[in-house]
Design a protein around this ligand. Structure first.
Ligand SMILES: [Fe+2]
Ligand SMILES: [Fe+2]
Length: 320
């Protein structure tokens, strides 16, 4: 069973929804505004990161760009655009300034919540890295692959940059429940027995329980991103054909983030050497990913995205 090529659906993004509503309010006051943009200002270089563009292909002859500051430093740049020349009078520009502040506040509160969630996530990740070095480096590599897959899917399927950011930040936590697995199983230098495998598999539910406590303690249960975090942990061992665990979910019952991280996790596992097993080369790993996609275990779109990235980095495909 495979998914249709268009399967990845953008998850509901509360920030985008709020910006869309704000745009409608702006248009109720100033109907000539045909396009609203919002870029987040990031880093020392004050680089703009696009977070909202209501109709990116539209050409505009009038644009008012307004930086919005928070605590004295620029936080975002809000743009109001119209197709006509000299579309905004001076009085209207003053109105736009007030509206830009309102939009800036909305954006800021979303990123503040994301930052709190990230700080909690970082703490949990640091504990995991302390417990077992290999687990820590595995988490970082998986996060990198997952972000790369999300970036490719974002271009093709219009996923928001906030969603890609959440995947990149929170993927490191997918195996957080391994903190609760006994050393005899977690650190065993050899293949696990069926009984030990069952113990190891409990790391998914352990992780969900742990992260729920962290979210609860930091009052972050309903924050945007919390659901993505839960799904990255809860779905990373689910498989499209229902053969995964812990719930045996099938196809699109598995969240998009769950399907993305499953590919990243499998690729890292099979290409790294364990004391009892030689890791595959990158080309061999690509062949194995494609086999698992054809066998309806991994999402073919997510596999194609990662394979494209790896080949772009110089990995050769299978020799056949
Ligand atoms: Fe895992
Ligand atoms: Fe993992």
């Amino acid at each position: 069973m495979g998914l249709e090529p268009s399967a990845p659906l953008p998850p509901v993004d509360p920030l985008q929804e709020q910006l869309l509503q704000l745009q409608q309010r702006v248009q109720a006051v100033l109907p000539q505004v045909e396009r609203l943009t919002c870029d987040r200002v990031e880093g020392q270089a004050q680089q703009g990161v696009p977070i909202y563009d209501s109709c990116p292909l539209q050409r505009c002859r009038s644009s008012v760009l307004l930086p919005v500051r928070h605590n004295g430093s620029p936080d975002c740049v809000v743009g109001f655009h119209a197709s006509g020349a000299a579309a905004f009078s001076e009085a209207e520009q003053a109105t736009l300034e007030a509206l830009a502040e309102l939009i800036g506040l909305t954006v800021h509160s979303h990123f503040l919540a994301l930052g709190s969630l990230d700080a909690a996530a970082q703490l949990a990740h640091d504990f995991a890295a302390l417990r077992d070095f290999e687990t820590g480096s595995h988490l970082n590599r998986v996060a990198q692959y997952a972000r790369q897959i999300a970036e490719v899917l974002a271009e093709r399927h219009g996923l928001s940059s906030l969603y890609v950011e959440q995947i990149g930040r929170f993927s490191r936590l997918h195996d957080i429940g391994k903190i609760g697995i006994p050393d005899a199983v977690l650190l065993k230098q050899g293949p696990l027995t069926p009984e030990e495998r069952l113990v190891m598999n409990t790391h998914v539910d352990l992780g969900l329980t742990m992260i729920e406590k962290v979210l609860d303690q930091h009052a972050l249960l309903d924050q945007p991103g919390a659901e993505v975090l839960r799904n990255l942990i809860g779905h990373h061992h689910e498989r499209l054909d229902g053969s995964g665990y812990p719930q045996g979910l099938k196809g699109e019952e598995i969240s998009l983030e769950g399907r993305i991280i499953a590919v990243a996790d499998v690729f890292d596992a099979i290409t790294n050497t364990r004391p009892y097993r030689q890791g595959l080369t990158v080309p061999e790993g690509i062949t194995e990913l494609e086999r698992l996609a054809a066998a309806a275990q991994l999402d073919p779109n997510c596999v194609a995205a990662l394979v494209g990235v790896l080949r772009g980095q110089g990995a050769q495909g299978p020799s056949t």
